[in-house]
Design a protein around this ligand. Structure first.
Ligand code: 3EB
Length: 371
């Protein structure tokens, strides 16, 4: 299942954790980073060199764990900056930051989660400046108990406050040129030995070539959501299209059953799935309109589906199969979506090699493209 010969970034693969651990050291050393998801994730030695997110979310359907990897070109360099572990090559930087809210004392006007979010993004922006990777392409935000209240405020709202403050204090745009993203929750555990499993965990990909940020005409931009969703809007775009050497990579942000700014079909998981795919279709149409080379279709995407209720897996999977067709490539994780009434969120990645597009031999590598 692993194509070790082909150069390029589009080699995200979906392994189980044990398959991942069984790969050679040489292969692991070629990675920029890894995303691991499982209910209980072992400490991984490869983490010493490869930045790894360890997210306590179960993989649904088949294997209980998932490792998605980003492959670099040539030999990536590693480093650590404050709380970030990172790895990069000439074009792409991958980093992971893990911050426990316990490190922060609430102030008069800021909660620990808000402070942790602000600190995480401040560190990320400082690192991007230091290493001259100015463009944040895609960011994955994972936090405990996203739908709950703490310090009298919904936790996703606290996260949005801290995130936006960091964008503003680094002089970054908070509308328009903002990264693709997702924001998901997992259930906190009370196991002291594993308390770092409750930490805010953020990973990111950044680069040196300006991406094309895409909005969805069916949805109000998240950075313009009205105040009812919190005093500060979420800072993300619906998708970003990135050129890396001879590859073009599309990151579709976490997408849900939202039209305008409202959640639709509160108790109907099949209708939410359908609406979400309509949204992703609209994003693809917008990508294809904005970039006259792009010709992305639903069947090109590698999907990660965050499912709130385990029992909804089958109806969601059936509806996706129906909408996307037989070529559906999807993995499913149990997670909490940032609005209580949303039953699922779907993110996706696709890659086109521009070399491949102009050549006559198509390698049809079915593994590439997803993390
Ligand atoms: C939405 O469309 C659903 O806060 O970074 C999706 C992707 C969502 C990213 C984020 C939130 C975020 O509003 C939630």
């Amino acid at each position: 299942m692993i194509n070790a010969n082909r150069k390029g970034y589009l080699k995200g693969m979906n392994l189980s954790i044990s398959e991942y651990l069984n790969q050679s050291e040489q292969w692991k050393n070629s990675l920029l980073g890894t995303h691991c998801y499982a209910k209980n994730i072992p400490r991984l030695n490869a983490e010493l060199t490869v930045p790894t997110t360890r997210i306590p979310m179960a993989r649904l359907g088949g294997e209980g764990s998932l490792c998605g990897v980003w492959q670099g070109n040539d030999l990536p360099k590693s480093g650590q900056y404050e709380n970030i572990n990172y790895r990069y090559d000439d074009n792409l930087l991958f980093g992971v930051i893990v911050l426990s809210e316990k490190m922060f004392d609430a102030t008069m006007d800021k909660t620990p989660l808000q402070l942790a979010s602000e600190r995480a993004y401040n560190q990320i922006f400082s690192l991007l400046d230091k290493l001259s990777f100015p463009y944040l392409f895609r960011i994955w935000n994972y936090m405990a108990d996203i739908n709950d209240q703490s310090s009298g405020l919904e936790r996703y709202v606290q996260f949005n406050l801290g995130r936006q403050d960091a964008f503003l204090s680094h002089g970054r745009d908070v509308v328009g040129n903002v990264p693709a993203a997702c924001a998901l929750g997992f259930k906190s555990t009370f196991d002291e030995e594993n308390s770092d499993q409750n930490s805010l965990t953020i990973s990111f990909l950044a680069g040196r070539v300006e991406p094309l940020n895409i909005e969805n005409p069916r949805q109000i931009s998240a950075y313009q959501y009205p105040q009812q969703y919190g005093p500060r809007s979420p800072t993300f775009s619906r998708a970003s299209l990135v050129t890396l050497g001879s590859d073009e990579i599309l990151f579709v942000s976490g997408t849900a059953s939202i039209v305008g700014h409202a959640s639709l079909h509160p108790d109907d998981v099949v209708a939410q799935t359908h609406e979400t795919i309509n949204n992703i279709s609209a994003v693809l149409a917008e990508v294809n309109r904005r970039d006259n080379q792009a010709r992305f279709e639903l069947s090109d995407l590698h999907y990660t589906v965050y499912v709130r209720h385990i029992d909804d897996l089958d109806p969601i999977r059936n509806e996706l199969q129906h909408c996307v067709g037989n070529k559906l490539k999807a993995v499913y994780l149990q997670a909490n979506v940032c609005r209580q009434d949303l039953l699922l969120e779907i993110e996706a990645t696709a890659g086109h090699s521009m070399v491949k597009r102009h050549s006559t031999t198509d390698s049809n590598d079915s593994n590439h493209g997803r993390v």
